[in-house]
Design a protein around this ligand. Structure first.
Ligand SMILES: O=P(O)(O)OC[C@@H](O)[C@@H](O)c1c[nH]c2ccccc12
Length: 267
């Protein structure tokens, strides 16, 4: 069983939902990322989504775009990120880490090298925003050969027919994008998410996690009640932005935000 499968299996026996924070690796500067990952785990994270910064992150709103800019200003590369994950793994062998990014930086080092080095570092899954399963057959095969999960996105515009293909190609969990828009958008329609997830439910045995637009415990709990877990990005990253020049304050502040969501999910 992969570390991601184990995590969802354990949550299921505990009747709990997954809480999956996203931060961009190297934001506000590379030396803080590993500490922030440990802080997120202490605050209740079940899985960590670690963003690989990219100069043109088309699916991201301004909050995560700027996080990418801060990380890139410090020259954060994929190889730096593998080192961060390896350092995290020295103290944590338990919490899955999913790398989340765009194709361009992966192509820059080559699919094979990226996957091998990710596996070596202790990465558990990879989500490539601009690599749909139809185009990602080769990449997915490389992931599989290293026992890494291939996480794919489902969206409100995804038809059932296409969802079936995406579900068949994915492993670990599926990421349902709660709304039409970019990361950091405001309004989530819980009833609409519920209806769509019900429509997809018989297509897969994989857990379905929901992300986009979750800013507080109440929304997190509402979406968790219709899914297997929630992903939270901009609500954390906006705090990192505010504290970028007081970096020692970031861990306690984002831990507080995440802990409130944990409490709401477990209530
Ligand atoms: O920021 P939000 O609205 O909380 O959404 C999660 C999201 O940030 C994270 O999963 C993510 C960051 N970049 C992405 C690109 C595409 C899909 C998802 C993502």
């Amino acid at each position: 069983m992969s570390r991601i499968q184990q995590t969802f299996a354990q949550l299921k026996t505990q009747q709990r939902k997954a809480l999956i924070p996203y931060i961009t690796a190297g934001d506000p500067a590379p030396q803080y990322t590993v500490g922030l990952m440990h802080a997120l785990v202490a605050a209740g994270a079940d899985i960590i989504e670690l963003g690989v910064p990219f100069s043109d992150p088309m699916a991201d709103g301004p909050v995560i775009q700027k996080a990418c800019e801060r990380a890139l200003k410090h020259g954060t590369t994929s190889r730096d990120i593998f080192k961060m994950v390896a350092a995290f793994r020295e103290q944590n062998q338990h919490t899955p880490v999913v790398l989340m990014g765009y194709l361009n930086p992966i192509e820059a080092i080559g699919y094979g090298a990226f996957v091998d080095e990710a596996a070596q570092a202790g990465v558990d899954g990879v989500l490539v925003v601009d690599l749909p399963p139809e185009e990602g057959v080769e990449f997915a095969a490389l992931l599989k050969a290293q026992d890494l999960d291939a996480i794919f996105l489902l969206a409100p515009t995804t038809t059932r027919e296409r969802a079936a293909k995406i579900c068949a190609a994915g492993s670990g969990y599926l990421y349902y994008v709660s709304l039409k828009g970019v990361t950091g958008s405001a309004q989530v329609d819980v009833a609409a998410v519920e209806a769509k997830l019900k429509d997809f439910a018989d297509l897969t045995e994989l857990p379905l996690a929901v992300g986009f637009g979750i800013r507080d415990g109440q929304t997190a709990a509402a979406l968790a009640s219709v899914s297997d877990g929630v992903i939270v990005g901009s609500a954390l990253v906006s705090r990192i932005a505010e504290l970028a020049d007081r970096p020692e304050e970031i861990a306690p502040v984002i831990s507080g935000v995440l802990a409130e969501m944990r409490q709401a999910l477990d209530a």
